[in-house]
Design a binder for this molecule. Structure first.
Ligand code: ZN
Length: 138
C-alpha cells in the first residue's frame, strides 16, 4: 500500500497525539523517522521532523480529522488580545534582547542553529503569547 505524508511534527508528543487521533478513527498510519528522533533528538530539524504517514486512500479523511482536531484546539485557545481563533502555534527564534542581536545571529548561523521556542501567533492582530491556557482567569 502507498503511504503519503499527512503532516510533519517537530515534537515526539505532538506526533503521537496526532497518530492516536487517526488510529482511533481507523486510519492506517505510522510515524516515519520517530526512531531517529528518539535516538538523536538534535536531528529533528535536519531531517524535517517526524512524518505522519497515512495510507493514500485514507489521506483525505486523515487530513480532515487533523484539521478538525486543530480547529477544536484553536477554539479552546483563542487570542487573549482580540479573541480570534486565527492562531497558530509556531516556532520562533528565541527572543533576543533586541532585533540587532537576532539579525546578527541569523546572518552568522543561518538561523538553523538558533534556539527556537514555540509561541502562539495571532494572524489577526499579530499578538504573540506562550500559552493561552495560563491566561484564562476564572
Ligand atoms: Zn489577536
Amino acid at each position: 500500500m502507498n503511504f503519503v505524508i499527512a503532516a510533519t511534527y517537530d515534537s515526539y508528543i505532538d506526533a503521537h497525539l496526532a497518530m492516536g487521533n487517526l488510529l482511533s478513527e481507523n486510519i492506517n498510519c505510522w510515524l516515519k523517522d520517530e526512531n531517529t528522533i528518539a535516538i538523536h533528538p538534535g536531528l529533528i530539524n535536519a531531517i524535517g521532523g517526524i512524518k505522519l504517514m497515512v495510507a493514500e486512500p485514507q489521506a483525505e479523511r486523515a487530513l480532515e480529522i487533523l484539521r478538525n482536531t486543530k480547529r477544536r484546539y484553536q477554539e479552546q485557545n483563542p487570542c487573549p488580545n482580540c479573541g480570534s481563533i486565527n492562531v497558530e502555534y509556531i516556532s520562533t527564534p528565541k527572543k533576543a534582547s533586541n532585533w540587532l542581536v537576532t539579525f546578527v545571529n541569523v546572518v552568522r548561523h543561518g538561523g538553523a542553529q538558533m534556539a527556537v521556542e514555540k509561541v502562539y501567533h495571532c494572524f489577526d492582530c499579530g499578538f504573540e503569547f506562550e500559552d493561552a491556557g495560563s491566561n484564562t482567569k476564572t
